[in-house]
Design a protein around this ligand. Structure first.
Ligand SMILES: Cc1cc2nc3c(=O)[nH]c(=O)nc-3n(C[C@H](O)[C@H](O)[C@H](O)COP(=O)(O)OP(=O)(O)OC[C@H]3O[C@@H](n4cnc5c(N)ncnc54)[C@H](O)[C@@H]3O)c2cc1C
Length: 473
């Protein structure tokens, strides 16, 4: 075994705790710098590590039909402390894994405090970690303290660290009805890397548009938390329902403008408004609804957006939202092992990298810990296959997202949960025993099963063909 190294971790949340555990279990020393209780955030209530600030759910625990359930399984296989504590403090929640938040956080804190390779320092880090620390993981989360956030911004550039997200919904490409929608760029303009047919367009006639505007205005919205309300995000990215409230014609002169586009299914009729969707990932499996950031409740978004022609059966990989959130433009800034290209001794993990959610943040922490260990030991770590949930998530953060090239467009990388749209498509659609072509829910279930079986096989191969039994169970 190589000599033990010391790796510093700033932030003892979901990601930092998991990263520290992976480092300590590999025989290296992990020093966690956590600012609570010396300083609080607007959302955390306790001084426990890995505190869950809102819901107590890790979402679906189904490893065969759900991408986050598969992620749970992969993390258990890799010895995750977050999953171990979650399983030990489970509360009844149907097919979801929900946890007793206090018991969970106490278990994570106790396991780390008792580990001989872990030191926990309660202090706020208000500047960039000193170079003398060497390998350091920054996992300070969506509510990173302002001093450190400003220091990171100084290093990466003002545009590279956002303080809020303005999320437009993302749709699975294969759920869009192309008998109604069509591919075309406005005025057939081929931008950098484009073909002139880069957007998916969904047309609305006057009646459909008027009904859509009325639904947006009447739709139920989520409210801002007190401390979010003062975040100045509204200038560049108004929620679409706010635009609709400014006047019925506002949206068709803004993100829904119908100019420069001709519907090949109905070329003689001019659409009243057009919704455009832009490719969101390099795989071409996900498309985002351009300019559709919104505070509508999730169920309302699904109901209202499915009235758009072509999106009647849309499956959403992500729904819209606006939140206070500190996160990097990771696809540009981080290398494949989550190191800051401008200063490779710094690695980032958790929600600050642009993943979303407790489980995803912990998963990125898990990989950051393993990458740091491999580097400390001077051995290369083969990239995780993108066909696994962990690999799909890391690939998206470190390069899978496709940036919008339109002139004046805001930066388009926005936080996202793990979902099957981040996985490379299957080479062949599976068939059932009868061999006939499948449709609807049966097809969807078989496809998810094939994707998760492929992920398990590829993770086992990555682990040296000897995945622990937990993976198979
Ligand atoms: C209001 C709110 C509600 C949310 N609700 C949900 C939800 O219901 N479900 C869900 O899955 N996700 C939710 N999230 C997202 C969730 O917070 C993250 O997914 C997850 O906690 C991120 O893990 P993390 O480790 O990256 O950050 P965190 O868990 O936030 O951990 C970061 C840690 O870093 C510490 N820290 C920050 N700055 C410094 C500093 N300068 N020096 C030292 N320590 C520092 C903080 O005290 C904190 O302990 C919510 C987020 C917010 C803000």
């Amino acid at each position: 075994m190589t000599e033990a190294s010391t790796i510093h971790i700033v932030g003892g949340g979901l990601a930092g705790s998991e990263a520290a555990w992976q480092i300590a279990e590999a025989g290296h020393r992990a020093v966690i710098h956590e600012m609570r209780p010396v300083r609080r955030t607007e959302a955390h209530q306790t001084e426990g590590l890995a505190e869950l600030v809102c819901s107590n759910s890790f979402r679906s625990d189904d490893p065969n039909g759900n991408a986050v359930g598969l992620l749970h399984q992969e993390m258990r296989t890799l010895g995750s402390l977050i999953m171990r504590a979650g399983d030990a403090h489970q509360v009844p929640a149907g097919g979801a894994l929900a946890v007793d938040r206090d018991g969970f956080s106490e278990a994570v804190t106790a396991a780390l405090a008792a580990h001989p390779n872990v030191e926990i320092r309660r202090e706020a880090i208000d500047e960039l970690p000193p170079e003398s620390w060497g390998s350091t993981i920054v996992a300070t989360g969506p509510l990173t303290a302002p001093g450190l956030a400003e220091a990171i911004r100084g290093l990466t550039g003002a545009e590279s660290l956002a303080f809020f997200d303005a999320i437009a919904p993302i749709v699975h490409r294969d759920s869009i009805d192309m008998d109604k929608a069509w591919f075309q760029s406005r005025y057939d303009k081929a931008g950098p890397g484009g073909t002139g047919a880069d957007y998916i367009n969904c047309p609305l006639d006057r009646e459909q548009y008027d009904a859509f505007i009325a639904a947006l205005i009447a739709g139920e919205k989520t409210s801002f938390k007190e401390w979010e309300a003062s975040t100045p995000y509204f200038d560049g990215c108004l929620p679409i329902e706010v635009m609709a409230e400014r006047g019925p014609e506002t949206l068709r002169h803004g993100p829904m403008k119908p100019v420069g586009l001709t519907n090949p299914h109905n070329p003689t009729v001019k659409a009243c408004a057009i919704v455009q969707l832009r490719q969101d990932n390099a795989l071409g499996t996900l498309y985002n609804m351009v300019g559709f950031q919104t505070k509508l409740r999730h169920a309302e978004q699904v109901r209202i957006f499915r009235t758009i022609p072509g999106l009647e059966n849309a499956e959403f990989a992500r729904l819209g939202g606006l939140h206070r959130n500190t996160y990097l433009d990771s696809p540009r800034l981080l290398d494949a092992t989550l190191r800051l290209k401008a200063r490779p001794a710094l690695r980032f993990a958790g929600q600050i990298t642009g993943c979303e959610g407790y489980v995803e943040s912990a998963a990125v922490g898990l990989m950051a810990g393993r990458f740091a260990v491999a580097e400390a030991e001077g051995r290369p770590l083969a990239p995780l296959p993108q066909t696994t949930a962990l690999g799909a998530l890391i690939a998206h953060i470190t390069g899978g997202h496709v940036e919008a090239e339109d002139e004046g467009a805001p930066r388009s990388f926005q936080p996202m949960n793990v979902n099957f749209g981040l996985f490379p498509p299957l080479e062949r659609m599976p068939r059932n025993e009868t061999g006939r072509r499948l449709r609807g829910p049966e097809k969807a279930a078989l496809k998810k099963r094939a994707l998760t079986d492929r992920a398990r096989a590829d993770l086992a191969a990555w682990l040296g063909g000897d995945a622990p039994r937990a993976a198979a169970e």
